[in-house]
Each structure stands twice: as C-alpha cells, then as structure tokens.
Write a new protein. Sequence first.
Length: 294
Amino acid sequence: MFRHRSIIAATDFSENAQQAVERAAKLAKEWGASLTLIHVFNDSVWSSISGIYDINRWEAFDPVQSAQKRLVEICAQLKHDFGITADTQILHGRASKEIQKIVISRDAGLVVVGKHGENWIRDAIVGGTALKLLESAHTPILLVKGRAIGHYQNIAIATDFSANARRASLMALEMFPDAWHHLIHAYHVPFESSMRMTRVKEERIQQYREQEYLRAVRNLEAFATDGKHLPAEKLSKLVLFGSPSSVIFEQVQNLKIDLIAIGKHGGGNAEQLLLGSVTQNVLYHSDCDVLISP
C-alpha cells in the first residue's frame, strides 16, 4: 500500500513548518526515501502585501530568491543534523494544484506539513485542499503538531470498521511496524437520549449498552484479524462508550499516544465529499501528530 520512495514536505518557514520538515527528514532517513522541500509562492498575496505597505521598501527585494535561499539553508541544516540530502522546489500559484502536481510527478508516498502556518497550509489540512490531494493523488498526509523527538512509540488507530478505517490501520502498521498500535472504537446506543425523554427504564438502556458493547467487541475482533499481517504482540484493542472524538482524546492522554491514524471520513455516503466530522475534530484539536489516510 505505502510507497517509501519519496516524501514531500511543505514549508512556509514558520516554526511549526520547521517541525514538520524535521519530522519528514527523520522519516526519509529511516525509510531511505528521497525528500523534497517545497514552498508555494503566491504572487497575488505578495502583491497585496507590497500594496498595503510602502512599495519603495520592497522594490530591491526579490521574495522568490529569498525563499530559495532559505530553502537551501534549511537543506544544509538537515544535512548536518540528519545526514540526508534534500532537494528544493519553489512553486507558484494555488497551493492545492501545485502540491498535487509535484506529488504526482515525484510519485510521493507522503506529504508532511505543520500546523497553523500561513493560511494556505491551514486550508491544505482542514479545507478542500486536503481532499483534492487525498482523492486525486491518493497520498496520505502527516500533520505534525510538535517537535520531532525520536520515533513514534504509541499509535492510536481510530476505527469505525469502514474501508477507510481499514486503509488507515494498514498504513499505520506498514509505516511504523515497531510501534505499539492501539485500535480504538467508540460505541453508543442509537437514540439513547430520545429513550430517556420517553422514560425508558435505566435498566433497559443499560441492557442496550451491553448489547452494543458486545457487538462492537465482535466487530473489532473481526476487524483486527482480517488483516493477516497485524502483529498481535504489538496490537491492543479498545472498545469504549462515548463519542468518537472524546474517546480518542481521552486515550491519547491515557496511552501517551504520539500519533493518531485516521481515515479522511467514515463509512457514510454523505461524507464522501467532505472530511468526516470526527476527522475534522481530531485535526483541529489533537495535541499529537495526525496521519490522514486517503
């Protein structure tokens, strides 16, 4: 499933983007993959900046040349710190289209970006750009939220038993075979709140919860054993009551999770054109890195 040949790391030269670049460098060295650093230069944005401020102060300044120089400096630092050689690319235009082009041309297996950089990076992760990259290039995206310290040790794999969740689990296992993987499923009782409003007895609701729990346990066992290469000695299975996002965030703390693997959406047909609500919640609010499977 996963191609280790090429990694693309996008940077806007912010501190958060630099953390993503360093994680990409670590992975490139670990996997023996090539690494390309890209910066998307938006000419219209630069025109707006120079229009707002004193134009005379910018006339002797070449922003593209400055960006290229900064990329070269970052590559030199990566060579010193990680012993890898990266190449660079300045792209012009809309980030979604330009990143998509280079992902395809380099046959990239992973796009790595940081959190809360320039607007185009935020859009690339939480907005429509992410879906365009995922659906058109079929490429996973790693959103880096912290400093790259060591290897990923504990990975939470969010699952609703859908095909998207299957891809996310297999990808995480293939990328990081030495980590502990925790399959996490959140279950609930459909219409529980409505039953309480109609004064259904608490004992009956608890019976329904037990039924849903047992059904979820069976489904998770089947989900785990369906992938024949799942390493049982490094795989835990958790079925917990609650909303998916709340359950995931609670287990991130309890299990000291440093990476969440999740599909771009769940199994519902209505979500095929959107990032799933759980995925959006994880992207916005998780404290650890997030791997989005196409």
